[in-house]
Ligand binder design. Structure first.
Ligand code: F0G
Length: 528
């Protein structure tokens, strides 16, 4: 191949170096279906089977012919790609089609309004912002109601139709010095002061341990991985992270964090202090199947507990379907099969058909605030190109009596059966096989006590999954990656076009890796 002219390396050279360390810094020059092509030393294309699937964005395969044809058609027609602040009928059709499918899956009819974005994290940010706008408006309405009650209580005492309950004063640590009216004013001032403190508290989010929701300022605070989250803590509202299957912890967190506003109410001629629940919790953000957290499926029981808990405390549930959604597990929403209903949904990745960058945040009508449309926008969002491509994606998913969803489920079962068979033969190396449909992972047992010094070093250095991925790429021409926050888990998210031959190719690679680990042959695993 001709030598590339020397250019300074300024586009994330350190990341390239890290990838190179595990043999993963290859350049792909072409992509088609489940295959990525790299060039060998003679400049010939070498096919690599892509089990990373564009990190979940190419469920239909790379450069799906119908998606590419639609893109070419749109460009040839001179589609007005960027026309922010005009009518976007294509966005409307897309929202309607998403609603139609979601209603079918949930068995409901309540509309979900759509706010479009450009990336997954951006859809999460939009959900966070919308939930906070809604919370703020609910707080304002509550504060107004409490102020009116306070004023009428004070007026009732002034006019002699009510007296102040002495217990109310004691409760707030107050001692009345003057007449009833002075006591009422004292109570009013103290409740107002305490309410102002409560209202000034920042919102709090609930999220699951192991969860991943993106890396922008607000979304990264919902992402459990400490390395991604901690340096940016001061930029956005915080989350309390809850372990899976622990409804007791949910109750504990609520008891620790809940807030109240104090109202003055008149009953039987007496002014008393009553508590009103203050909405501290802005949203509960969950993935139905955690992707980056190691391919962990939310249990149906915990999904139900999250739903009931959130409804009871008036906190909306944001179901992040960015990785699990768009048909990957056999339904548009992985959560619909778990019986989980979102007040919000986020979708991205495959929504753009593998060529457009687009995302959407959906909000249930009961929570929707139209004011959001004025305060949130992007130059690029809701553009004609992405919307038309996303419509084509939905058309392809729904075609032939929903063949693509069935394919995802059936190919997923076939892939899973292979992974299970490898596990059965290597129980000493493989800890677990998890996931649904074409969102699968295998967890390797911890190798930090391996007989091989090389394997030990790699396992202790935290790069274990990347080294396995490097070997599979080099020796077997298979592309897979560990999940970012659970490095012993390799994930498999190929397209619905996955063939039996490709499954067999992965099987050969995995069986060899298992044998190398079992026999402590670390040098073969890391050999370049
Ligand atoms: N939410 C989930 C559940 C995700 O898996 C991701 C991305 C995001 C949000 C953020 O989306 O990258 O478009 O901004 N997951 C990628 C992955 C990084 O590795 O699968 P984004």
């Amino acid at each position: 191949a001709p030598e590339a002219p020397e250019v300074p390396e300024l586009a994330e050279p350190y990341l390239r170096e890290v990838l190179a360390g595990a043999g993963l810094a290859v350049e792909y020059v072409r992509a088609e279906g489940n295959t990525l092509y790299l060039l060998d030393d003679e400049g010939r294309e070498v096919p690599v089977t892509d089990f990373a699937g564009g990190y979940g964005s190419v469920l239909l395969g790379h450069n799906h012919p119908a998606v590419v044809a639609r893109a070419q058609e749109l460009l040839a027609q001179g589609t007005p790609v960027h026309a922010q602040f005009s009518r976007h009928p294509y966005a409307n059709r897309l929202a309607a089609e998403l609603n139609r499918i979601i209603h079918r899956e949930l068995g409901t009819e309540e509309p979900y309004f759509a706010i479009f974005g450009n990336s997954g994290a951006e859809a999460v940010e939009a959900a966070v912002k919308h939930a906070e706008l809604d919370r703020g408006m609910r707080i304002a309405a509550l504060a107004e109601e409490i102020a009116a009650q306070r004023e009428s209580a004070v007026a009732a005492v002034a006019s002699g139709t009510a007296t102040v309950d002495p217990a109310a004063l004691t409760r707030l640590g107050l001692t009345a010095t003057g007449d009833a009216s002075a006591a009422a004013h004292l109570l009013a001032a103290e409740t107002e002061r305490r309410n102002a403190v409560a209202v000034a508290r920042p919102p709090l989010f609930l999220a699951l341990e192991g969860g991943f929701h993106g890396k922008l300022a607000a979304s990264v605070q919902l992402t459990h991985n400490e390395g991604y989250r901690a340096p940016f803590r001061s930029l956005a509202a915080q989350a309390r992270f809850v372990p899976h299957d622990r409804p007791d912890v949910l109750k504990e967190v609520y008891a620790e964090e809940r807030g109240v506003l104090l109202a003055l109410t008149v009953a039987d001629g007496r002014v008393t202090v009553t508590e009103r629940e203050f909405p501290v919790f802005c949203a509960f953000v969950v993935e139905p199947i955690q992707g980056e957290g190691g391919i962990r499926v939310l249990s149906e029981e915990f999904a139900r507990e999250i739903q009931e808990f959130s409804a009871a405390i008036g906190c909306p549930v944001v179901v992040d379907e960015i990785q699990s959604g768009m048909g990957r597990t056999g339904t548009l929403l992985a959560s619909s099969a778990l019986g989980l209903r979102g007040d919000y949904y986020t979708l991205a990745k495959t929504l753009g058909g593998g060529i457009a960058k687009t995302s959407v945040m959906l909000v249930r009508q009961a929570y929707y605030r139209k004011e959001f449309e004025i305060v949130h926008s992007s130059t690029f969002a809701k553009d004609s190109f992405s919307c038309h491509i996303a419509l084509k994606v939905l058309e392809l998913l729904e075609a032939d009596d929903r063949l693509a969803y069935r394919r995802a489920a059936e190919r997923g079962d076939a892939l899973r059966a292979m992974l299970e068979s490898v596990r059965t033969d290597h129980p000493d190396v493989i800890e677990d096989v998890r996931g649904r449909g074409l969102m699968l992972g295998i967890e390797f047992r911890d190798q930090s006590a391996s007989t091989s010094p090389t394997v030990r070093a790699v396992a202790q250095g935290g790069l274990f999954g990347y080294v396995l991925a490097g070997h599979l790429l080099r020796a077997h021409r298979v592309r897979t990656f560990p999940t970012a926050s659970a490095l012993n888990t390799l994930r498999f998210e190929p397209s619905v076009g996955l063939s039996d031959a490709e499954i067999a190719q992965l099987e050969t690679g995995l069986r060899e890796v298992c044998a190398l680990l079992r026999d402590g042959r670390g040098d073969t695993l890391t050999a370049a």
